[in-house]
Design a binder for this molecule. Structure first.
Ligand SMILES: Nc1ncnc2c1ncn2[C@@H]1O[C@H](COP(=O)(O)OP(=O)(O)OP(=O)(O)O)[C@@H](O)[C@H]1O
Length: 298
């Protein structure tokens, strides 16, 4: 009998995961799956559960939770010869990966979409030997974004990131960064470097409009050291989705990127605090099959 593994984080979002597990399990059983439900209790449980599902040759792994749970689940696919299809029921605040794939942000509709026969093959990023789904950021602004509280995220959604970020940009300048991308090098002070795999970053769906989930490319944005007034215009460009056109932003695409600094610099990976510098990024093109709604664009 074909097997589906549901991985759910009971603490994610508004703690409503158990209700959606019931309906997802019912729907998958009706489709002929034997369903195994795994509830996470601590960091990295989702990675272990997903690795076990790969080893058991599950056909489908469903992540029910926020971007943190999805990030940990995707890491379970690392070095696996058999990679099940991935289903996503987004319960977090931002849900960038689901946005980029046109998976409904309404969890009930996302559960229904698990019955879809359609999948998309998507790129996965690799950072210092671990995998990531959507975005890596480095610099003082990335440090601030890692510190956004769960309460603020629940209350203000994606705006919480912007609020914290704007406060921080006005108060601090950039760190010295050395960014190598394919054969090019950029050196300078920057409050923020973003490496995005999809068009949705921090809930802003037009930040990287040209980033397709399966283009095999890392889309890089280097925000150059900003003065107070320029910061405001860069913020507006971010909201309007024209960050790459801003005169203080360098935009590039590459297959390999590295970031280093003589100073300690914080990072953020898929919305959670990431490893310290140096960073080495590359891309695994079209590495995962994700279940998407029959009518999803793209
Ligand atoms: N039972 C649990 N209790 C508390 N934390 C958990 C539990 N299980 C997993 N976690 C941790 O919770 C973290 C956050 O999860 P996730 O991002 O899915 O939810 P969220 O914070 O509500 O979503 P978002 O960040 O999009 O708002 C994960 O990194 C994971 O390690």
């Amino acid at each position: 009998m074909k097997q589906a593994t549901i991985i759910m984080n009971p603490s994610s979002g508004k703690e409503e995961a158990p209700a959606f597990v019931e309906s997802a399990a019912g729907l998958l059983r009706a489709q002929g799956y034997e369903v195994v439900v795994k509830e996470t209790a601590a960091e990295l449980d989702a990675t272990r559960f997903c690795a076990e599902a790969c080893e058991a040759r599950s056909e489908l792994v469903v992540s029910i939770g926020g971007d943190g749970t999805l990030h940990e689940t995707i890491n379970g696919f690392e070095n696996q010869a058999h990679r099940p299809r991935l289903g996503i029921v987004p319960l977090g605040t931002v849900n960038d990966f689901a946005r980029a794939l046109h998976i409904p942000l309404d969890p009930e509709a996302a559960v229904s979409a698990l019955a879809s026969s359609r999948t998309r093959r998507v790129d996965v990023g690799r950072l210092n030997g671990r995998l990531f789904a959507n975005v890596v950021a480095a610099g003082p602004l990335a440090e601030t974004l890692s510190a956004v509280t769960s309460e603020d995220k629940s209350r203000f959604g994606a705006f919480a990131y912007f609020k914290e970020g704007a406060k921080d940009l006005l108060g601090r300048s950039g760190h010295p960064l050395v960014i190598r991308y394919d054969d090019a090098v950029w050196e300078g002070a920057s409050p923020l470097f973003i490496a995005a795999l999809t068009n949705s970053v921090g809930g802003f769906e037009r930040l990287a409009p040209e980033a397709a989930v399966d283009d095999g490319l890392i889309h890089g944005f280097i925000v150059k050291d900003l003065s107070f007034f320029r910061t405001l215009t860069a913020g507006l460009s971010l909201l309007r989705g024209h960050l790459q056109d801003h005169k203080d932003v360098i935009y590039f695409t590459a297959k390999r990127v590295s970031v280093s600094s003589p100073s300690p610099v914080g990072t953020n990976v898929d919305g959670e605090a990431g490893p310290p510098l140096p960073l080495a990024l590359d891309i695994l093109p079209r590495h995962l099959d994700v279940v998407v709604p029959e009518a999803a664009a793209g």
